[in-house]
Design a protein around this ligand. Sequence first.
Ligand SMILES: C[S@@+](CC[C@H](N)C(=O)[O-])C[C@H]1O[C@@H](n2cnc3c(N)ncnc32)[C@H](O)[C@@H]1O
Length: 372
Amino acid sequence: MLGREPGIRDDRLEKARMACMELALEAPPDLIIWLAHRFGTLYARPLRMEGERHQIEPEELGYSLANLAEVMFPCLEAIEARSVAEIGAFTGSLTSELLAWAAPRGTQITAIDPNAEGKLVELANEHTELELLYERSNDALRRIDLPDAVIFDGDHNYYAVREDLKVVEERSQGGRIPLLIVHDVGWPHGRRDVYFELDAIPEEDRQPIARGVKIAPGNPGVAEAGLPYEIIAAREGGPRNGVLTAVEDFVQSRENLLLAVVPAFFGSGIVWSKDAPWADAVAAIVEPYDRDPLVDRLEANRVAHLAARVELVEVAQRQEVRLERQQELLERMLSSRAFALAERLSRLRHGSAAAFSRKEVRDVLDADDRRS
Ligand SMILES: C[S@@+](CC[C@H](N)C(=O)[O-])C[C@H]1O[C@@H](n2cnc3c(N)ncnc32)[C@H](O)[C@@H]1O
């Protein structure tokens, strides 16, 4: 039986369910602006709301690679990893689980993220076996000791992934490359670039860009409704577009590499060398999931719901703002003498069939109170 990290999966599912309910009911007014900002140049830092009513961590919507635990940890086990680098660690959601896995094994973890924050910073202060580098991956990979495994979850575009893969290969000096685990080979970024930091990508290596748009699964262009982005490739597909395209191009142009794709949770590609002594062990772990059509369908269904939910939250948000304005106006009218006078005049003319009454207005406001 494949290794299973006890507790991880159930905990994540529970958080995902909670997030569904909370988002719909409690989204603060600036959620959409926040979403657009975070999903935009940084889809990668999604749905985390500072302060106020609650905070959503990436794992709650399935963004964290920690969701790959049942595949990732057995693979790290199989290669007997003594060192692992995580590119793009954000608040350390995966890092903390990597650390828990690494502690009894004495494995060293390097987290590379120029924008590391929150729990990740605390983790780095608390754990000597974690090195946190506030650097872009391409710079860090050029100088650190090449680890046994590299986890890619940083800048999700063709250029950034290709350049990091190149450095890893160069640093392997013709030898075996480390085990590579590349997140986001599924929708939305498998075939569509997003640019975390546009200026870090040479102009000639960027896709034509769309700004302030939404995208939805099954629509290769921009959509009326879906996930909002500040900056994203205007179209999905075609050459030199997306994370999976970069990984495939890398693997296909080399003879000794294998690629498996686990389609769940935005998709992860696992790349390893056929010549590695552990090649068969890794193959045995990943093959049951590799491009599995059932998992693929589940993921397609999941991202469709995710995009729809984000859209619904936006609609709910707009309605809430509108409702608040209406309530505020009605309350002002209720306390105004002119409105009371108007009610009396209407009663004089129409009796019990008056056009409106303050009681009616109060009832409407009370009904709203009960609803919220
Ligand atoms: C999706 S988050 C990482 C989530 C994390 N791996 C997890 O599973 O919880 C992506 C992170 O990549 C980082 N990032 C973006 N471009 C990067 C680059 N060139 N090098 C390293 N990190 C980068 C961002 O700062 C962001 O925090």
